[in-house]
Design a protein around this ligand. Structure first.
Ligand code: UD1
Length: 422
């Protein structure tokens, strides 16, 4: 088990280059199940979730190899249609193999993901959408068993009741090989969904309306492999931008798409940070304590739920009180009790917390409970006086490539150590 030891009170200064988007990679990787052959996915982040997904694809017969940041996939010999519990329990996005396996082979067996550290995360929409495309779905022994009765899914109209990234990804991958025309409405607008749609078109899919909430898809009989470059990780970028502001630093963030970060940029500017936004870089500097800025998460282009915990940490030094609401995952506040261990004053209520700025933060031992909660703790520990230890950093390794090296290069004091503590 690894932990981080952080000596707080240092400004971040310098530059950081953002990796490819974890959530986009997880959507792009299963496309290799739609057409046999060789794929190269450039700008793939070298993080734990990518390794887990590679192993899952490996268990289906795909040869997956990450060389630097290029992921090589060879899906010429698929040998299994089953995503076992051992993979799905580590990463819910494992359910992304369901749509493409079913579309191409007419059958799939995928373990049902359980809850997670920020509450129940159902997959009902994924299943409803596939049923709408003609699939028969049974749940047995903890597994989703899906079949396409005539061996092939059938085009249909499906409306997503809730804007869901995962369900949009899964149903889109299923629809591209379905027979006939599919209309999907209320499709999630997140850039990761758009990135997937673009890659599918390169593979021969016929999709109209990319980048909007309505996709019109004409099913094709076969598709072909392609190479693709993964978009920059907007959540990693948001984390470094917030960390820079939280430490009153001055940082150039490279390899970003600022259009994907509008809500975060606006919140940072409202808090008093200076931002210089260019085509693919953002420079941020902050000289004083931030003004309090309330945020409320919303589907893209709203403020992302994956960056709300980091915002709460930043607001610990604000000149007042700031409300952080999460409409997408109302119980995603497990990190609050750990911030309180560092001296934070935060009240929680249903679906929100109120952060009172100005309390003195001092180093303590705290525990990560999920990926973005860990990022919040790292930021708070860098703001605190003295030394902190952050336990269970395997959570942060799921989505941040080399975070300690990147922060160290910008002047932070953060090191990874092995620990017996769990
Ligand atoms: C994805 C992201 C995750 C992010 C989340 C919201 C990946 C791998 N993960 O997760 O980092 O926090 O989007 O931006 O990209 N819902 C249902 N039924 C379903 C599916 C979802 O009710 O079948 C609800 C969820 O409980 C949630 C909302 O829809 O309240 C949005 O969730 P969704 O966009 O599906 O999240 P994920 O795709 O799991």
């Amino acid at each position: 088990m690894d932990k981080f030891v952080i000596d707080g009170g240092r400004r971040l200064q310098g530059s950081v280059t953002i990796s490819g988007a974890k959530n986009a990679s997880l959507a792009l990787m299963p496309t290799c199940l739609l057409a046999p052959g060789i794929y190269h996915l450039r700008n793939t982040p070298n993080n734990r979730d990518v390794w887990t997904f590679s192993r899952l694809l490996g268990s289906l017969g795909v040869h997956a190899e990450l060389n630097g940041n290029t992921l090589f996939l060879d899906s010429s010999n698929i040998t299994s249609y089953e995503a076992p519990y051992e993979h799905v329990k580590k990463m819910r996005a494992s359910i992304y193999v369901l749509g493409p396996l079913l579309a191409r082979f007419g059958q799939a067996r995928v373990s049902l993901p359980g809850g997670c550290n920020f509450g129940p995360r159902p997959v009902d929409l994924h299943l409803k959408g596939l049923e709408r495309l003609g699939a028969t779905i049974e749940v047995e022994g903890g597994y989703i068993i899906a079949t396409a009765p005539k061996g092939r899914l059938q085009g249909a109209h499906f409306h997503f009741d809730i804007s869901s990234v995962g369900a949009s990804v899964n149903i889109l991958m299923a629809a591209v090989l379905a027979e006939g025309h599919t209309t999907l409405t209320n499709v999630a607008l997140e850039p990761e969904v758009t990135a997937l749609a673009r890659m599918l078109v390169k593979m021969g899919a016929k999709i109209e309306g990319i980048g909007t909430t309505t996709l019109e898809i004409d099913g094709v009989d076969t598709m072909h492999p392609t190479d693709e470059e993964t978009i920059p990780d907007r959540i990693e970028a948001a984390t470094y931008l917030i960390a820079a502001a939280a430490t009153k630093g001055d940082v150039l963030v490279r390899n970003v798409n600022p259009y994907h970060l509008t809500a975060v940029i606006q919140a940072l500017e409202d808090s008093g940070a200076e931002l210089d936004v260019n085509a693919d870089t953002i420079r941020i500097s902050m000289a004083e304590d931030p003004k309090p800025v309330d945020i409320a998460t919303a589907p893209y282009p709203g403020y992302p739920t994956d960056a709300q915990a980091q915002w709460a940490a930043y607001m610990l030094h604000c000149t007042g009180a700031a409300r952080v609401r999460d409409h997408i995952y109302p119980t995603r506040f497990g990190y609050v009790s750990e911030l309180i261990r560092l001296g934070a004053k935060i009240d929680t209520d249903e679906g929100q917390c109120v952060v009172f700025g100005g309390s003195k933060l001092t180093g303590a031992t705290v525990m990560s409970s999920d990926l973005r909660a860990s990022a919040s703790l790292v930021i708070a520990a860098m703001m605190a006086e003295g030394q902190s230890e952050i336990l269970r950093v395997y959570h942060i390794d799921r989505g941040y490539e080399n975070i300690e090296a990147r922060l160290t290069a910008m002047g932070a004091s953060i090191r990874r150590e092995q620990t017996e503590e769990y």
